[in-house]
Design a protein around this ligand. Structure first.
Ligand code: PLP
Length: 291
């Protein structure tokens, strides 16, 4: 079942116009959220980011923060989902062709929920291959990476390249050849015990998982460096991992054809455990407040 513009409808009837500017121009925004045992993880942060993305494209979301929460809970109930991945998509809406957002009086609002399909355990036990690709991350001055937009062609092109290399994820450099991020993930590496990750100024999406992992690292008293890094730093790192809402902390075994020595390394394992602890504590707290 799909939540479409204030109504729950069967998937077969969840249809959007070919004149929707999301379809015509990639004009819209989205969020991906993870539901653990019926609790949406860091829902407020995801909704806040949705509103930030909307503001950056001058899109007025046709619902309040609280109304989005209610719609999400309706969608989960209709699908009887306990462990799920949810996507909220808001496009500019239907309107005649032309780029002017004023042509579209009402945004299209969609929530989709899918049962969570775990990644293969092997990915976490042995690590995955990633590849630094030739496609560069969008220049922030052209399309700010902080906008979680429907305009995803930059990432799609990078993913095509990664797949050709047999890699699960493609890592893009920014226009100044500093490491930016993956097509759907943030990237971290460890060197001499220091946890490094590209700074938001490198032109990346400020991942919610990334933020929580930096918090975990500080709680573990690890030194964290958010900065500008060249690809050699990643290739010669002691440990590498990628993160996002659904994969959490995924260890990396090789970058292009270069093997990473510790896979998964001890700091990666520690952070993965600390992240799981945060998830469990969050679920417990949510369950207590629902009692
Ligand atoms: N970077 C990009 C380009 C993404 O699309 C995503 C998530 O989809 C992330 C990073 C990770 O963000 P989060 O941790 O909030 O899922």
């Amino acid at each position: 079942m799909i939540y479409l513009n204030n109504r729950i409808v069967p998937k077969s009837r969840a249809r959007v116009s070919v004149y929707d500017h999301g379809f015509l121009y990639g004009d819209g925004i989205y969020e991906t959220l993870r539901v653990y045992q019926g609790t949406v993880f860091h829902l407020d942060e995801h909704i806040a980011r949705l509103f930030r993305s909307a503001a950056m494209i001058q899109l007025t979301i046709p619902k309040t923060h609280e109304a989005i929460k209610r719609a999400l809970s309706k969608t989960l109930k209709a699908n009887r989902h306990k462990d799920a991945v949810v996507r909220i998509t808001i496009s500019r809406g239907e309107g005649p062709t032309g780029l002017d957002p004023a042509l579209c009086p009402s945004p299209t609002f969609v929530i989709m929920s899918h049962a969570f399909k775990p990644y293969p355990a092997k990915h976490y036990q042995q690590g995955v291959k990633i590849a630094i690709v030739r496609t560069r991350r969008n220049y922030n001055g052209a399309l700010n990476a902080q906008i979680k937009s429907l305009n995803f062609l930059n990432n799609v092109l990078a993913r095509i390249e990664a797949k050709k290399e047999g890699a699960l994820e493609g890592i893009m450099l920014n226009y100044r050849s500093f490491i930016a991020e993956g097509t759907v993930s943030n990237v971290f590496f460890v060197r001499d015990g220091v946890l490094c990750t590209p700074s938001v100024n490198a032109g990346i999406l400020d991942g919610i998982t990334r933020g929580l992992l930096v918090e975990c690292a500080k709680e573990l008293r690890l030194t964290v460096r958010e900065g500008m890094f060249r690809k050699d730093a990643l290739m010669s790192a002691d440990e590498v991992f990628i993160s996002n809402t659904t994969m959490e902390v995924m260890p990396v075994s090789s970058v292009n054809d270069t093997k990473i020595s510790s896979r998964p390394g001890s700091i990666t394992k520690k952070l993965r455990r600390a992240y799981r602890k945060k998830v469990n504590a969050y679920i417990k707290k949510a369950e207590r407040s629902n009692e």
